[in-house]
Design a protein around this ligand. Structure first.
Ligand SMILES: [Zn+2]
Ligand SMILES: [Zn+2]
Length: 171
């Protein structure tokens, strides 16, 4: 972040009216970005490389999930072949379902599932966990993903010739 900021500042402080200078500056920024990538990429690899044990969903969060008792009406909406996403048993009226924040409802099998997993068995929506390490890792992952996106965008911008052609300026 700071390296990008200083690269961007260097760019704007040298800012000149002519296109040639702008392109030169852009090349400098690109160079600085590339050199910074050396530190960013191992950081990303390090984070994604290791197989991370995903902790179970927070007991407190699971306990607060709303419970819906399956009625014939809901069952009709789900379709006659509605089945448990976990054990594949057919659902029946009277089953107690729990509603996840992603709006998927799941059968009584959900509880034991969430004792071991932290995600919706249908769409993989992740519930909060009690594991602070995992939660802060997840936050960090999000930040890295964002940074990766910004980097990719910058590459596109810097790689574009000022006359908007693709011939004059390509790596
Ligand atoms: Zn089941
Ligand atoms: Zn879901």
């Amino acid at each position: 972040m700071t390296a990008f900021a200083s690269a961007a500042n260097a760019e704007s402080s040298q800012g000149s009216a002519t296109n040639v200078n702008t392109i030169e500056n852009a090349a400098n920024v690109l160079e600085q970005l590339i050199s910074h990538l050396d530190t960013v990429i191992p950081e990303i690899l390090e984070n994604e490389g290791g197989v991370r044990r995903v902790p179970p969903a927070s007991k407190e969060v699971v306990a607060k999930l709303p419970v819906i008792t399956l009625t014939e009406e809901i069952l009709a909406k789900l379709g006659s072949d509605a089945e448990c996403a976990i054990c594949k048993e057919n659902l029946a009226a009277g089953d107690n379902m729990q509603e996840l924040p992603c709006k998927h409802i799941s059968s009584p099998c959900l509880k034991p599932w969430l004792d071991e997993h932290n995600s919706c068995p249908i769409c993989r929506y992740e519930l909060q966990t009690d594991d602070h390490d995992y939660e802060s890792w997840k936050e960090r992952e999000k930040g890295l993903k964002k940074r990766e996106k910004v980097l990719k965008m910058l590459f596109v911008v810097v790689n574009t010739c000022m006359c908007n052609c693709v011939d004059h300026w390509s790596y």
